[in-house]
Design a protein around this ligand. Structure first.
Ligand code: TA6
Length: 315
C-alpha cells in the first residue's frame, strides 16, 4: 500500500526497540523499505539502509557496544569538540551520553516534516556534568528519512546560560565502501586543508578528485556545501550536502593504525571512509539565548544518476 506524502504519518513509521544493553533505539522506515536506526546512546545513527536493504554506513565487526564508550561506526555527533585537543574526551562528550526523545521539539525554520519519518532527540547537561565544560546548553537532533531514502541530520545548539560559550561540531560519518582503492572523493579539489598527520600544517589540494593510497586525516577548509564520494565497484555515489558546517574532515586509518585499534578489524580500513561535515577550524560562539543550526543530508544513488544529483550550482 502506498502512502502519499500528504498523508504520511511519521509516527506510524517509527519503532522503538531496546539494544542488548537495554538502551532505546529508534527505527525509522519509509514506504519504499529504506530504514535508519538511531541509538539514544550518543544520538548515533548506527544504520542506514536503502530500499534493497543494503547497509550504507560502516560499522566495525569489532565495535564495542558498551556505554559510555562510543561504538566505532555509523554517524556520531561530535560536540562540543572535534578530535582530541582539549581536556574534554575525544570528539566531545555528546556521543557518549544517553539522549532523550523530545515529543514537542520547537519547530524548525525550514519545513522538514512532509513525507519523512523522523525523530527528535535532546541532550541537556546532567547533574554529573563535565567540570571541563560547565555550560548551560540544549543540543537537539532531528534524524529524518525521506521517501527517496535520503537521510538528514539537523542539529541545533542553544545557549541557555547567562554567559557566552564556544564549541566545535562534527558529524563523524563512516561510509560503507566496497574497496577504498576504488573510491574517488569529488568537490574538495584545490581547497586548503590542515593535515592532522603533519601537526595540522596547512596545504593546498591538487586539482584532481581525491583518491586513497595511504592513511589520511585532513580538515578541508571553506568547503562547498555539496561533495560526492564515488564507489566505482558498487557503482554507488554518496552525495553529501551540508549547511552551517564550513569544513570537511576526511579520515582513513589505513593498515598500521587499523592494527593498533582494538575495536577495528585489521583489514576493515578497506571498506570505509569517514567524510565528516564539520565546524572544526573556528569555534562557534553563542551568546545567551542564541541558537546555531548545522545540517547534513546524505543520498546514496546509482553512479549513473549522479550527475543529476551532483549539481555544481549547489556548491
Ligand atoms: O575524523 C578525524 C578523527 O578525529 C581522526 O583524527 C581519528 O582519530 C578519528 O577521527 C577517530 O575516530 P573515532 O570514531 O574513534 O572518534
Amino acid at each position: 500500500m502506498g502512502h502519499s506524502s500528504a498523508v504520511w504519518d511519521h509516527r506510524a513509521a517509527i519503532e522503538l526497540i531496546k539494544d542488548w544493553n537495554g538502551i532505546d533505539q529508534v527505527v525509522l522506515r519509509n514506504p519504499q523499505g529504506a530504514s535508519a536506526r538511531v541509538s539514544l546512546h550518543g544520538g548515533r545513527v548506527i544504520s542506514w539502509r536503502n530500499d534493497l536493504g543494503e547497509e550504507l554506513l560502516f560499522s566495525s565487526s569489532k565495535a564495542i557496544f558498551k556505554s559510555p564508550k562510543a561504538m566505532r561506526g555509523g554517524i556520531s555527533i561530535c560536540f562540543p569538540q572535534f578530535g582530541n585537543c582539549s581536556s574534554i574526551e575525544q570528539q566531545g562528550f555528546a556521543r557518549n551520553k544517553i539522549w532523550m526523545i523530545e515529543d514537542d521539539a520547537p519547530p524548525l525554520l525550514k519545513n522538514d516534516i512532509r513525507g519523512k519519518s523522523f525523530i527528535d532527540l535532546l541532550l541537556k547537561p546532567g547533574e554529573e556534568e563535565p567540570k571541563c565544560w560547565p555550560h548551560g546548553f540544549e543540543l537537539r537532533l532531528r534524524v529524518s528519512l525521506a521517501s527517496d531514502g535520503n537521510l538528514a541530520l539537523i542539529s541545533r545548539v542553544r545557549n541557555i546560560n547567562g554567559k557566552p560559550f564556544s564549541f566545535l561540531f562534527g558529524y563523524h560519518t563512516y561510509l560503507s565502501l566496497s574497496d577504498i582503492s576504488e573510491v574517488r572523493l569529488e568537490g574538495l579539489e584545490t581547497l586548503d586543508y590542515l593535515d592532522n598527520l603533519c601537526q595540522r600544517e596547512r596545504f593546498t589540494e591538487q586539482g584532481d578528485a581525491l583518491t586513497f593510497e595511504s592513511e589520511v586525516d585532513r580538515v578541508y577548509l571553506c568547503s562547498p556545501n555539496c561533495i560526492a564520494v564515488l564507489d566505482h565497484e558498487r557503482k554507488r555515489t554518496y552525495v553529501i550536502r551540508k549547511e552551517g558546517l564550513p569544513d570537511v574532515v576526511v579520515w582513513n586509518p589505513w593498515e598500521k593504525k587499523s592494527k593498533a585499534m582494538t575495536d577495528f578489524g585489521d583489514e576493515e580500513y578497506k571498506q570505509m571512509l569517514c567524510v565528516d561535515g564539520a565546524a572544526v577550524e573556528k569555534l562557534i560562539t553563542l551568546k545567551p539565548g542564541e541558537e546555531w543550526t548545522g545540517r547534513l543530508e546524505l543520498a546514496a544513488v546509482p553512479s549513473s544518476f549522479c550527475s543529476d544529483y551532483f549539481d555544481p550550482q549547489l556548491k
